[in-house]
Design a protein around this ligand. Structure first.
Ligand code: GH3
Ligand code: MG
Ligand code: MG
Length: 491
C-alpha cells in the first residue's frame, strides 16, 4: 500500500480548516491542521508535509512569514506551499510568489481546483526527491556519492565538535582492483563493486554511513564511535571482504561461461585506514578524510589487506590497546578465514550435518559442543548433528536451550551479554557439565523456522562481536537470505 500524501492546512478561521480537513481526508490525504503560524511550524516539523496550504492574514506569524520559514528549513525540503488568498489581495499574493510560495488559490476555494493544485504540488515534490536521489547517490552501487558524503561528513563534524562526541571514518580501497577489470572485464569489476556495497550496507549499523568516494574507494562515517571501536569495525570488514567478497561475485556470475577462470583469483581484499576527529588538529571534514587517506596509504605500503590507524605527526608509536588487540586477533583470524573458505567451498547449500563444518565452527568459537537442529512438522527441534558431547547429553540440552531469533541474539550479543545460562545443567553428569549455551534460529523468507544452530561452553564465555559475527554468518547460510537486522539496529 502506498503511503498517503501529507498535507498541512493553516487558517485562523476554525470553520475553514475543519471543512478543508474533512474534504481532503475524504480524498485520501493525510491531513493536519493549524490555526496559527507558530503551531503550523511545529506541526510541519513533526509531520514533514509535502504540501502546505496556508491563509495569508493571520495573527502572529502570517502566511508570508510562515512560507519563508518553511522554504528556508532544509529539514522540510521539498515542501510545496499554496497560498489561500482573498480576491482583493492580488498585490500581496504576487509578492508571496516572489518570496517563495509555489502557488495560490483565490478564496473561496473550489474543492476540485484545490485537489488539482495539490496534485501538481505532489508531482513537483516527487520530481524534486528524484532529482535529489540522482544527485546524491551513486548509480552503480546506490550508496551515497561523494557529494552526499561531503555534506554528511561536514554535518557530522559540526555535531561532534559541538557535542564533544567522538567521530571516526574508515577509508576503504580495494587491492589490485585494476587486475580484476583487466582480466575479466569491467562488467565483472562492476559486479564486485556492487557486492562490496551490499556487504558494507549489511555490516554496518544504521547510524554508520557508507558512501562511495569514487572508483574502488569507499568511506564509512561512524558518528559517536571512537578510534578503537572504529578500528574493530574496520578489522571485521577487512576479514569479511577477504573471506566472502570474491566468492560472492563468483556465485552471482555462476551462469557465465567464464566462471571457472574466476577461480584463478582466490580472494579480493581491501586496505583500510581509520582516523578519528580527536586526532586531527583542524576539526574539518577534509582534514579527517585526509588523515584516513594517509592511513590507507600506509596499509597499502605495509602489504595491503590490512587496517592502519592514522598516526599524528611526531607520534610514531601505535596505541598500545590497538597493537595488543591486533596480536590477539591475528591467530584467531586465520581460523576464521579457514572457516569461511570451507563454507564458501560448500556453497549456499551447506548443511550443518557436515561434521567438518561443525568441527571448524566449534574450534573457531572455542566451544565445547556445537550442533544443528531441524524443525519437523510438529515444530519441535530434531537433533541432526552434534559434536563435543554425547548424543544423549545433546538431546537433554536441546529442550533447555532458549532459542532466540537471529535478530534478538545478535542484539544481545552486541552488548556482550551472555544469552542463556544453564547453570546447573546437567546435574547428573558432571563430566559434561555445560554452563552456558546459545541457540540461534534461522528463518526462511516467509518467517518459518528452517533450522538452528547451538553452541555450548563449559564456562561462562563472554560473547564478543566475533562470536556474534560467526554465528550470524552461519545462521545466514542456513536460512540463505537472512537479514542481519540487529547488527544494523544496535546503537
Ligand atoms: P591498489 O592496490 O594500489 O589500490 O591497486 P588498484 O589496482 O586497486 O588501484 P588503481 O588506482 O591503480 O586502480 C583502480 C582501478 O579501479 C582502476 C579502474 O579501472 C577501477 N575502477 C574505478 N572505478 C570503477 C568502476 O566504476 N567500475 C569498474 N569496473 N572499475 C572501476
Ligand atoms: Mg584507489
Ligand atoms: Mg585500489
Amino acid at each position: 500500500m502506498t503511503e498517503k500524501a501529507r498535507v498541512l492546512v493553516v487558517d485562523d478561521d476554525p470553520d475553514m480548516v475543519r471543512l478543508l480537513k474533512y474534504a481532503l481526508c475524504k480524498d485520501g490525504y493525510h491531513v493536519a491542521v493549524a490555526t496559527n503560524g507558530a503551531d503550523a511550524l511545529r506541526q510541519a516539523l513533526e509531520l514533514r508535509p509535502q504540501v502546505v496550504i496556508t491563509d495569508l492574514m493571520m495573527p502572529g506569524i502570517d502566511g508570508t512569514a510562515l512560507c519563508r520559514e518553511l522554504k528556508s528549513n532544509p529539514d522540510l525540503h521539498p515542501v510545496y506551499v499554496i497560498i489561500l488568498t482573498a480576491r482583493d489581495e492580488r498585490e500581496s499574493y504576487v509578492a508571496n510568489l516572489e518570496s517563495g510560495a509555489d502557488d495560490y488559490i483565490v478564496k473561496p476555494a473550489a474543492l476540485h481546483e484545490l485537489r488539482a493544485r495539490i496534485e501538481v504540488g505532489l508531482r513537483w515534490v516527487r520530481s524534486q526527491m528524484q532529482l535529489h536521489r540522482i544527485a546524491t547517490s551513486d548509480s552503480l552501487t546506490s550508496l551515497p556519492n561523494r557529494y552526499m558524503l561531503d555534506e554528511v561528513l561536514a554535518r557530522e563534524v559540526a555535531v561532534a565538535v559541538r557535542s564533544g562526541e567522538p567521530l571516526s571514518v574508515i577509508w576503504l580501497d580495494l587491492d589490485h582492483f585494476k587486475q580484476v577489470n583487466d582480466r575479466f572485464g569491467h562488467a565483472v569489476g562492476d559486479r564486485a563493486l556492487q557486492a562490496l556495497a551490499d556487504l558494507l550496507r549489511a555490516q554496518v549499523r544504521a547510524t554508520d554511513i557508507p558512501a562511495r568516494y569514487g572508483g574502488e574507494e569507499f568511506v564509512i562515517v561512524l558518528p559517536g564511535v571512537e578510534r578503537t571501536a572504529a578500528w574493530a569495525v574496520a578489522q571485521r570488514l577487512r576479514q569479511v571482504i577477504a573471506a566472502s567478497l570474491w566468492p560472492c561475485v563468483i556465485r552471482s556470475l555462476a551462469d557465465t561461461p567464464l566462471v571457472s577462470a574466476f577461480e584463478e583469483i582466490r580472494a579480493l581484499t581491501a586496505s583500510l585506514g581509520v582516523a578519528s576527529l580527536d586526532q586531527v588538529s583542524e576539526k574539518t571534514a577534509s582534514a579527517l578524510l585526509q588523515a584516513a587517506d594517509a592511513a590507507v596509504y600506509k596499509a597499502k605500503q605495509a602489504g595491503r589487506n590490512r587496517v592502519c590507524v592514522y598516526q599524528e605527526e611526531g607520534n610514531a608509536q601505535t596505541p598500545e590497546q590497538l597493537t595488543g588487540d591486533d596480536h590477539l586477533f591475528a591467530t584467531r583470524e586465520i581460523e576464521v578465514i579457514r572457516l569461511y573458505e570451507a563454507i564458501a567451498r560448500l556453497g549456499p547449500s551447506v548443511s550443518f550435518q557436515d561434521a567438518g563444518t561443525l568441527a571448524q565452527m566449534r574450534a573457531v568459537l572455542d566451544a565445547n559442543a556445537v550442533g544443528w537442529v531441524c524443525w519437523g512438522e510438529a515444530s519441535t527441534p530434531e537433533l541432526r548433528g552434534c559434536l563435543g558431547i554425547s548424543v544423549e547429553t545433546a538431546g537433554q540440552l536441546l529442550p533447555r536451550l532458549q532459542w532466540t531469533s537471529l535478530t534478538q541474539t545478535s542484539d544481545l550479543m552486541s552488548h556482550n551479554l551472555p544469552i542463556t545460562l544453564l547453570a546447573d545443567f546437567p546435574p547428573e553428569r558432571d563430566a559434561e557439565r555445560l554452563v552456558m549455551a546459545v541457540g540461534v534460529l534461522a528463518h526462511d523468507s516467509r518467517g518459518g523456522t528452517r533450522g538452528g544452530i547451538w553452541v555450548a561452553w563449559r564456562q561462562k564465555t563472554r560473547i564478543t562481536m566475533r562470536h556474534k559475527f560467526i554465528l550470524g554468518y552461519l545462521a545466514r547460510i542456513l536460512g540463505l537470505e537472512l537479514e542481519l537486522e540487529a547488527a544494523r539496529q544496535t546503537v
